[in-house]
Design a protein around this ligand. Structure first.
Ligand code: GLA
Length: 395
């Protein structure tokens, strides 16, 4: 944990907009990033995902203001931005300001009828930005906990996650699924969460953390065209559903499609759409098989499923990158690494590994030795621990 509550509180109190009497009204909140163990690009297809919230987090310390204005300063860069709570409207397409995520949450919560408050605040984070560990969702959830007049917010974790997803879909303009906001809102210490994105039922899945660790490797490569490519994949899935539903009106999403049905309908889809659908349909099966493997303590099977997931994202869904492939290959060949795959949307970002505790040093060494010559970049390696979802930080 790089963020210290005292440092954040001090920074807030120092901010010149804070009159002394507000210092004792400081609200401090945290919201974690996430790593997805398996189930990629399945959430917006009403499928299954298995993420864990992780101890890389975004924090906001804030004090109420007596106007209807939100103003936040980023502790890392000193950058300051804000907005008026009333009369918010989505920004023009292509606006990529971090404050849009905060304003989008205010906009979305207001539409739910949630009472909001103006604040002056300071944001800090130890989550690498734009690296596929859900820095956006963490900022959204931390904003929700900051902006609601009441804390805890009047919406439960799932509805808060949905409000944050709507902010990103309809205000920021990226058509993400629910996984990231869900994990940041509802994470559990020591566990991953299996979410059924159709029924929204979920349950904790214990991880064998006595003997194994989650190791995240950041490619540190720029994420090219991520949001437009992401939206394009979504459209391809929708096209696949529309074609399959022509003769089978009961199909409403790829969740309704089995591998057998898809095979029998090969002629009805163009080759690229078929590959996209095949990834999603098989990935859903892999998530459930992965959960069973963990339950049975069959780590070898779990690792194979992670490898299959990565190959499918690379070859069928085409969202991996040379850097992600390199890190997966390097780590998978290290003795003691059970499984390795890209995590999150792809096009750059991070990989996730399930590794025996004593393999972590070997992972670091292998990555330092082999990755720079294959990519021209230095990777960052983090050991991450599952943590609880967004909430207040007690003083
Ligand atoms: C991003 C999105 C999620 C999910 C993943 C891919 O992280 O925010 O909703 O679609 O990509 O699995």
């Amino acid at each position: 944990m790089l963020v210290h509550p005292h440092r954040l509180r001090r920074a807030l109190v120092k901010t010149e907009t804070l009159a002394g009497h507000q210092a004792d009204e400081v609200r401090m909140v945290r919201a974690p990033g996430r790593v997805n163990l398996i189930g990629e690009h399945t959430d917006y297809n009403e499928g299954f995902v298995l993420p864990a919230a992780i101890g890389l987090e975004t924090w906001i310390a804030s004090a109420p203001s007596n106007d209807r204005r939100v103003e936040l300063t980023r502790l890392d860069s000193g950058e300051r931005d804000g907005f008026q709570l009333d009369g918010l409207a989505p920004p023009p397409e292509g606006s990529e300001r971090w404050i849009d995520y905060v304003a989008g949450v205010a906009w979305s919560l207001a539409r739910e009828g949630v009472r909001l408050r103006g604040v002056r605040g300071v944001i800090a984070s130890d989550l690498p930005i734009s690296s596929g560990l859900s820095s956006s969702a963490a900022l959204e959830l931390a904003s929700a906990w900051t902006l609601c007049a009441e804390a805890p917010p009047p919406l439960d974790g799932m509805r808060l996650a949905q409000a944050c997803q709507r902010a990103e879909n309809e205000y920021v303009g990226v058509k993400v699924g629910l996984m990231d906001q869900f994990a940041s809102a509802l994470g559990r210490p020591s566990a991953a969460l299996l979410l059924d994105c159709r029924s929204l039922e979920y349950r904790a899945v214990e991880l064998p953390l006595d003997d194994y660790l989650l190791v995240v490797c950041d490619t540190r490569s720029p994420r090219r065209l991520e949001s437009s490519q992401y939206n394009a994949r979504r459209e391809q899935c929708e096209r696949g559903v529309a074609a399959l539903a022509r003769h089978r009106p009961e199909i409403r999403s790829l969740r309704d499609v089995s591998v057998g049905l898809l095979e029998s309908a090969r002629e009805e889809l163009d080759e690229e759409t078929f590959r996209r659908c095949e990834h999603v349909v098989r990935e859903n099966d892999r998530v459930l098989a992965f959960e069973r493997a963990l339950e049975d303590g069959d780590l070898a099977a779990a690792g194979r499923l992670m490898a299959e997931s990565h190959a499918s994202l690379r070859d069928l869904y085409e969202v991996s990158s040379a850097e992600l492939d390199a890190l997966v290959e390097i780590c998978a060949s290290v003795d003691g690494v059970v499984g390795a795959r890209m995590t999150g949307a792809g096009f750059g970002g991070c990989t996730v590994n399930l590794a025996a505790r004593d393999a972590v040093d070997r992972v670091r060494e292998a990555v330092a030795r082999e990755y720079p010559s294959r990519s021209g970049l230095d990777a960052a390696v983090y050991v991450v621990e599952p943590v609880g979802g967004a909430g207040l930080v007690e003083p």
